[in-house]
Write a protein that binds this ligand. Structure first.
Ligand SMILES: [Mg+2]
Length: 403
């Protein structure tokens, strides 16, 4: 049972946190001021510390500084809790080595997600630890990445980010019927940063929330602009992380951007993965049902790699199955992959789902998929993900591809 030290001078806040942590099966330890907090951290060595920033005498910065100087406590994950939301305070905390920062009022889900992410990261780090008393330091590259990501969002106002679009082609007609939006980051300091590096970081720091909101807003504006240009039937898919999907205002956000841009809800498709659904099945289904009743489309992404029992599929309010690229690669020559994919296509069609094959790279893969009635394809055979302007050219030049 992980032990969590709560350092908070306001009695009601501290007691609430302790109750919540107990209810979630953590072992909370409470400190009513910074001095007691430092003593308890040193004597108890908790697994994680939640610390208020504004406290009399020794404040949150003072606690963090003291703990980071002692090898025994230097590596304990440290999350600031504060009502301050000024950018300078935020940066100061992160620069001093805080692991995360939650601005009050935060939701229970945000708090628990921050705790779980940090505990998980710490557990992974501990595995690689040399003998005791070694001070863990994030690699300078990871530190720089984290600081740069904060700056790109909070100071540079998303200017370093761009949404790319990868075409999805209907096999029968050869027409572009949809595109998947994919986030790219060109940092002024680091150059192009791979999404496989910065998305997990954005998720573990909670920065995925503002970032995902910006993506959704950009995509909805872009759909409006393409519809104005005459591409009425284009659906754009957006990927969401579990943290975003579980935000209490997630549906409101989606509805707000659809209405602001005067869009038909069915031109937006939400891509979620099987594991996201299985993490909290009932709450995921409730959110999916609400979105679906509004007319928003829902796709299961990377299908086949997760844990969804096929029987569940018939109960899910979904429109599309995206078969994971693993099954598609070399499908024509791999008996097992081809058997599974044929079954998935057939089963999906029985449930009235559209089937998209991901990661199609060769003519042989396409011809297999065509032969077995897959609906559409996405992958380098058609196009890599493109900046909006290039995708628009692609739309204009390739109204119907000869595939
Ligand atoms: Mg996707």
């Amino acid at each position: 049972m992980p032990r969590i030290l709560v350092i908070e001078d306001e009695d009601s806040v501290r007691e609430n946190l302790v109750d919540l942590l107990e209810a979630e099966d953590f072992e909370p330890i409470a400190a009513a001021n910074g001095k007691i907090g430092i003593d308890l951290a040193t004597s108890e060595i908790p697994d994680l510390i939640l610390c208020d920033m504004m406290m009399p005498e020794v404040d949150g910065y003072g606690v963090l500084t003291a703990l980071r100087q002692d090898p025994l406590t230097a590596t304990i994950p440290f999350i600031f809790l504060t009502a301050k939301s000024a950018k300078a305070d935020f940066r100061q905390g992160m620069d001093m080595g805080a692991d995360d920062y939650l601005t009050k009022p935060f939701t229970r889900a945000e708090l628990l997600s921050a705790i779980m992410n940090r505990l998980e990261k710490y557990a992974n780090l501990k595995k690689y630890l040399a003998p005791k008393n070694t001070v863990i330091q994030l690699s300078p590259k990871m530190q720089l990445l984290e600081i740069s990501l904060h700056q790109a969002i909070n100071e540079h106002n998303f200017q370093e980010f761009e949404v790319y679009y990868q075409p999805i082609i209907d096999i029968a007609s050869g027409k572009i019927v949809a595109a998947e939006s994919l986030l790219r980051w060109k940092s002024s300091k680091l150059g192009m940063v791979s999404p496989t590096e910065f998305i997990p970081l954005a998720e573990s720091t909670g920065l995925i929330i503002p970032l995902g909101k910006w993506v959704l807003k950009s995509v909805c504006q872009q759909i409006r602009s393409w519809h104005n240009a005459g591409f009425y039937s284009l659906t754009i898919a957006v990927n969401f992380s579990v943290l975003e999907f579980n935000q209490p205002d997630f549906i409101d956000k989606v509805v707000n951007f659809i209405e602001t841009n005067n869009l038909q809800p069915n031109c937006l498709e939400i891509e979620i993965t099987e594991s996201m659904i299985m993490q909290d099945f009932n709450s995921a289904i409730a959110t999916m049902n609400k979105l679906h009743s509004l007319g928003v489309k829902i796709a299961i992404d990377d299908f086949g790699t997760g844990y969804t029992s096929l029987i569940y599929l018939k109960n899910l309010p979904i429109d599309t199955l995206k078969i994971d690229r693993y099954f598609i690669q070399n499908i024509a020559n791999d008996y097992q992959k081809s058997a599974i994919t044929k079954a998935l296509i057939q089963m999906g069609h029985n449930l009235n789902l559209q089937i998209v094959a991901e990661g199609v790279e060769t003519e042989a893969e396409l011809s297999f998929l065509r032969q077995h009635d897959c609906d559409s394809i996405q992958g380098f055979l058609i196009s890599r993900p493109l900046p909006a302007a290039e995708f628009e050219k692609f739309l204009l030049n390739n109204k119907s591809l000869s595939i």
